[in-house]
Ligand binder design. Sequence first.
Ligand SMILES: Nc1ncnc2c1ncn2[C@@H]1O[C@H](COP(=O)(O)OP(=O)(O)OP(=O)(O)O)[C@@H](O)[C@H]1O
Ligand SMILES: [Mg+2]
Length: 253
Amino acid sequence: MTRVICVASGKGGVGKTTVVSNLSAALAALGKSVIAIDGNLTTSNLGLHLGISMYPITLQDVLRGNANIRDAIYYHHDGFKVVPADVSMDKIMSPDAHRLLDVFYKLVGDADFVLIDSAAGLGKEASASIKAADEMIIVTNPELTALTDALKLAQLAKRFETENIGIVVNRVRNESHEFPLSDIEGFLNAPLLGKVHEDHKVRKAIAEKRPVVAHSPRSVSAQQFMAIAAKLAGEEYKVRMPTLYRMWGWLRH
Ligand SMILES: Nc1ncnc2c1ncn2[C@@H]1O[C@H](COP(=O)(O)OP(=O)(O)OP(=O)(O)O)[C@@H](O)[C@H]1O
Ligand SMILES: [Mg+2]
């Protein structure tokens, strides 16, 4: 059965696109079929993260009724499919939840997972993807501002009857002022799917236009993304952290 999951955040810039590109690559590495959709139609950047920005047919063409969804699906060399959005100014549009639902529905049966990279916030654009999806993952940073916005998002999902399946806490630095991970589940009333550390390898991978999972599979962040993907798929995954990271863990305890 295809799971249609929207990856959303209350606050912008917390790592939704990074999570979508990496969970797509990680689920593909676990043998799952995945379609990643850029549902951020005003500030689209999934294609930029994946090095595929110049597509002839995009989600905007499909939503305007000018193309079939299957013609807007592209294969990524890291083992998953992508439906990109157009990055040009003249293609900016605000999607309608019913049209999106129609598009997602047509993909049911074509993949194990459809992951939607949502726009940030609680506006019309983000609401359309949350409403059209069956499940939602909240991405947040361990800071009060991001968490407060995430709380509103959780309430919005409840209103749309979209199941809030869990939280990914991204850019964790283990600094003393950060909100403790153990408190985040209670605050957002959803399970923690996993954390991803602040890792320069993530930025390096984005600059080289690949998910870190494929670019640096042995890095801390790549292993954390693999663990989250396995949890999502209900599979066992043995995390293999670099030796330096493990030594640092021992020293801290
Ligand atoms: N775990 C991480 N470690 C280091 N840098 C990160 C990490 N996650 C994300 N970043 C950095 O944060 C930037 C923003 O991430 P991303 O584009 O995924 O956020 P977003 O939530 O999709 O933003 P928007 O709301 O604008 O769509 C990335 O370009 C990258 O430089
Ligand atoms: Mg984004």
